[in-house]
Design a protein around this ligand. Structure first.
Ligand SMILES: [Zn+2]
Length: 468
């Protein structure tokens, strides 16, 4: 494989996975493959035809190529949301249609096939969930052992997928950054294939196919909006489209928009540096994007500027309502981070930055089923119709102990018209669901405190209550 440094242009040939330039220490990306003339029609593929793009990747023999029918997802034209915003060409690239319900199945297919071709017996992957779930699925199919390293807080559905696909899971650190350091160390000590996105540039190659499919289906959009964790997805799509332009397949490039959650937005902050310096808010839940110091930060900012795009930070309170809106008006149940793209469209539209007839494409990276606390919030809301009193008591308890930990009779006093056994019934139900936990014990009194999960659910529920 041939690599090129993103900083000093040093070129390196190696069959091993490398991500750092040996000369300057900056990031390596793979050099584009030399491809004979192709036309735009060849970019249009069907469901599961991912390997039709094999000539864009470093060569992997057909007998090592693994597929679970990834790729060929649809670019769905908006029926209702676009209309409500006055936009006539709004599209959603729906990556929830992939086998493990996220765009990372392209990465799973390419990386595990590569590991397979190099005869690795075990694979390691640090991630915030989607890539790990996908690597686990493809590894199980290939008969390769998989070790996932994840931070403490990831969407539970993604962790459940890892277990279901028989991966070993180790929890290391509070952020992906810490898990990543651990995965790098482990792979240096043992003979693991490194399948961590930030440490394996084939990830970028796999993800660039999203851009090919969009172009094959709807042509080059004017705006392409992508959620950013490490910034890798945005870079991948841009790299792929640039290569197409150099091949003469397309003449234009889209304006790239990268979206993050306000307060957890290192790339957007860097983009805005000259205009404003934001204080970093403490985000209690991070909606699947837990990267503190993104490895691709500088490159992502450079691309956004080069493309005349925008970097947008969305207030976290907008995410769940937007996610619900996308599901209820378009039938697409997206993971919370994907809702950032839809919220960005609204913001760009409100600020008259986009033209009503421009072609806009939002990348929907993964399914809402991967984040059960969202489900919990949505189902609790529907239950309020029938058991509103019960629900509001639990909500009130969560609100009370979010401020300070409290004991049973103290909660009873604050709630007013309720018996003590009823309070304890609610407390035990909340405790069983890990929404509260026992705190200190003082004078034989047990104090209860809200858990991280409880805070997430409380916030989600409050957002919904505000909405209706
Ligand atoms: Zn270099």
């Amino acid at each position: 494989m041939e690599y090129k440094c993103t900083n000093c242009n040093e070129q390196i040939k190696s069959e091993k996975i490398k991500h750092k330039c040996s000369k300057c220490g900056d990031l390596l990306l793979l050099k584009p493959q030399i491809i004979d003339a192709i036309n735009i029609d060849e970019l249009r593929i069907g469901k599961g035809d991912f390997w039709k793009y094999h000539k864009f990747f470093p060569a992997i023999e057909k007998k090592f190529q693994i597929s679970l029918s990834e790729g060929g997802t649809n670019c769905i034209k908006s029926k209702n949301l676009g209309k409500s915003l006055g936009l006539s060409n709004l599209f959603f690239k729906d990556e929830t249609q992939n086998p493990t319900n996220s765009f990372k199945d392209r990465v799973g297919a390419l990386l595990v096939s590569h590991a397979n071709s190099q005869n690795y017996k075990k694979i390691i992957c640090a991630s915030a969930g989607n890539q790990g779930a996908s690597i686990a699925a493809y590894s199980s199919y290939a008969g390769i052992k998989c070790l996932n390293i994840i931070p403490k807080r990831i969407d539970e559905g993604k962790r459940a997928q890892m277990y279901a696909y028989d991966s070993v899971v180790e929890i290391k650190g509070d952020t992906v950054d810490e898990s990543l350091i651990h995965a790098e160390k482990r792979a240096n000590e043992e003979d693991f294939y490194q399948a961590t996105a930030e440490l394996n540039p084939l990830t970028i190659e796999a993800q660039k196919t999203i851009g090919y499919e969009i172009v094959g289906e709807i042509g080059v959009p004017d705006w392409l909006i992508v959620p950013m964790g490490s910034g890798g997805c945005l870079i991948s799509i841009w790299k792929g489209l640039n290569e197409l332009k150099e091949l003469g397949v397309i003449n234009e490039l889209p304006k790239m928009v990268g979206a993050q959650v306000e307060g957890w937005s290192p790339i957007v902050d860097k983009y805005n540096l000259k205009k404003q310096v934001k204080s970093s808010l403490k985000v209690t839940h991070t909606l699947g994007i837990l990267v503190k110091n993104p490895i691709y930060k500088d490159l992502a900012v450079k691309i956004i500027k080069e493309s005349n795009g925008k970097a947008i930070a969305i207030n976290e309170n907008l995410i769940l309502p937007t996610e619900r809106k996308l599901a209820s008006s378009e039938g697409i149940f997206a993971e919370p981070s994907s809702a950032l793209t839809v919220a960005s469209v609204k913001q760009l539209n409100d600020q008259n930055i986009i033209d009503k007839n421009e072609k806009i494409c939002c990348l929907i990276t993964g399914s809402g089923l991967k984040a059960p606390y969202v489900l919990q919030a949505l189902t609790h809301k529907s239950k309020t119709v029938g058991i509103g009193a019960l629900l509001s008591t639990k909500l009130k308890i969560l609100q009370l102990i979010e401020l300070e930990s409290m004991y049973g009779t103290q909660i009873q006093k604050n709630l007013g018209d309720i018996s003590l056994p009823a309070v304890y019934q609610h407390l035990s139900e909340l405790e069983i669901r890990d929404l509260i936990a026992r705190d200190k014990k003082q004078e034989k009194r047990i104090y209860y405190k809200i858990t991280v999960k409880g805070k997430k659910v409380l916030k989600a529920m409050q957002t919904l209550v505000d909405l209706f």
